[in-house]
Design a protein around this ligand. Structure first.
Ligand code: PFF
Length: 481
């Protein structure tokens, strides 16, 4: 039985991308997000730069890229939500349908990530407002090209973040607006919602990115940043740092949460998965590295600490924009860029559980969007309260890895360090060992050398490396460190 359309009798046809390039645009949009522009620079800074960055790039191409192919393969073959797609591939391969369980794991991970993602995107929205207001002021004063936030001291600029964190209502308002936008797009469906958003927003994103990068190359101090980002001090590569880098590679490529299974399931017709996956991996990694090269020259130029943590982007950059020519304009555009990237990713995060609700529970799209968007919003509220009224709460306080982390960081850490690697591990075992070889060959479009290489990576390197990094990262005492 070859039911490749996934159409059950009496059902309306399942939605789909209008073209292959629409899929690529949406998938790159999903991949490129806060993970690249906020989380990558934060983690690179916290974990000592070079060794982390190089290990990260290794993870992307040796482990991430084969997994990108695998997830899209599952979705494209199954033409269903994450769990349903895995089930269909299992059926066609004659193996247990219980494998669909790791699809559910992904759905839960995507849901949890969305909850805090929207909170962080809310911070970005706040800064769009702050710098947008300042830019309007610059226009008003007739000095379009002045620096940002003139007359404010470094303490005042950095203090803004603390003020925001201390104000649950402001955090809530920003989170609500962002989640509302995400919700509205996803509720409209694949074609008129997600695809349209990606088609409008992604070109805008790349124009802004290129513009700001060229600007940065002229005004920033690249040398120290390049040395920091690319000179490895391998002694800094502890098992936890490796675990963090792997988690980040998976997060950034939208892997391990069934994001690409879900998006891949809307591909109609044929697509060579090799070139498509390479495009996604290169675009995603390119943007992360460019973000590093945009942010660290500024961090060093103004003598700030690269290991500042999650507030790095928000406290450091606005201050730097103060002293830069046209800083008011560029500062505003930078946060618009981050916001645009966040929207094209958050819609993919919400789409994972929404598609699951439609496929597995039989809910309508509006109902599924309402249920998952609404409950992710509520979990997000707990995250933002963790910065003020619930700042003492430690969700996984019994676990030394999370003993010191607030609610948002705990959910971020647990999904990134535990759930995504687990999802990736199961995907690799399933596609590498259980899926029918003929089916894989036919549906991925891979052949010859590339097929053999991919098979080796997905069947051997991915499970071994991901399994090893997962276990040693979570239980470093195994290595005696
Ligand atoms: N890849 C996104 C980022 O780097 O910001 C985050 C993400 C989106 C993860 C979608 C997972 C996903 F399904």
């Amino acid at each position: 039985m070859v039911a490749s359309s996934g159409l059950a009798e009496g059902k309306t046809p399942r939605e789909g991308w209008s073209s292959r390039s629409a899929f690529i645009l949406a998938a790159v949009g999903a991949a490129v997000g806060l993970g690249n522009l906020w989380r990558f620079p934060t983690l690179a800074g916290e974990n000592g730069g070079g060794a982390f960055v190089l290990f990260y790039v290794g993870c992307v191409f040796l482990l991430g890229l084969p997994l990108v192919v695998s997830e899209i393969f599952i979705g494209r073959t199954g033409q269903d939500d994450a769990a349903g797609s895995i089930r269909k591939v299992a059926e066609k391969s004659g193996v247990s349908k219980a494998w669909a369980g790791f699809g559910l794991l992904g759905v839960i991970a995507a849901f949890l990530i969305l909850s805090f993602y929207s909170v962080v995107a809310g911070w970005v929205l706040y800064y769009v407002g702050v710098l947008g207001g300042d830019f309007l002021g610059a226009i008003g004063s007739g000095d379009l090209f002045r620096g940002a936030l003139p007359g404010e001291s470094q303490e005042m600029i950095q203090g803004r973040m603390g003020d925001l964190f201390a104000n649950p209502w402001l955090l809530l308002a920003m989170h609500a607006i962002f989640m509302g936008v995400t919700f509205t797009i996803v509720a409209r469906g694949i074609g008129s919602g997600i695809e349209t958003a990606a088609t409008v927003l992604m070109p805008m994103f790349f124009i802004l990115l290129v513009g700001i990068t060229i600007y940065g190359a002229f005004v920033g101090n690249l040398t120290e940043a390049v040395a920091f980002l690319f000179t490895p001090d391998w002694s800094k590569l502890t098992p936890q740092v490796m675990n963090t880098a792997l988690g980040q590679a998976l997060f950034s490529l939208s892997l391990g949460v069934a994001g690409l299974i879900t998006y891949g399931s809307y591909i109609k017709g044929s697509a060579g998965l090799g070139p498509t996956s390479v495009t996604i991996a290169f675009a995603d990694t390119g943007v992360a590295l460019i973000a590093g090269l945009m942010i660290f020259p500024i961090v060093f130029a103004v003598g700030l600490d690269p290991a500042a943590g999650p507030t790095l982007v928000f406290q450091t950059l606005p201050f730097a924009f103060q002293t830069m020519p046209a800083g008011a304009l560029i500062g505003f555009l930078f946060f618009v860029l981050v916001l645009v990237a966040a929207v094209t990713s958050s819609i993919s995060l919400l789409e994972v559980p929404v598609a699951w609700g439609i496929g597995e529970m039989g809910w309508s799209r509006p109902k599924s969007t309402m249920i998952f968007g609404g409950s992710a919003f509520l979990v997000g509220v707990a995250c933002l309260l963790g910065y003020n009224v619930w700042s003492d709460v430690r969700l996984l306080g019994f676990w030394s890895l999370f003993a010191e982390t607030d609610i948002l960081d705990t959910i971020d850490g647990f999904t990134g360090k535990v759930m995504l690697p687990l999802g990736a591990f199961f995907t690799a075992i399933f596609v590498g060992w259980r899926a029918d070889r003929k089916l894989v060959e036919e549906m991925t479009g891979l052949s010859g050398f590339w097929l053999s290489l991919w098979r080796f990576l997905i069947a051997w390197l991915c499970p071994l490396a991901v399994g090893f990094i997962l276990v040693t990262g979570l239980f470093p005492e195994i290595l005696g460190s």
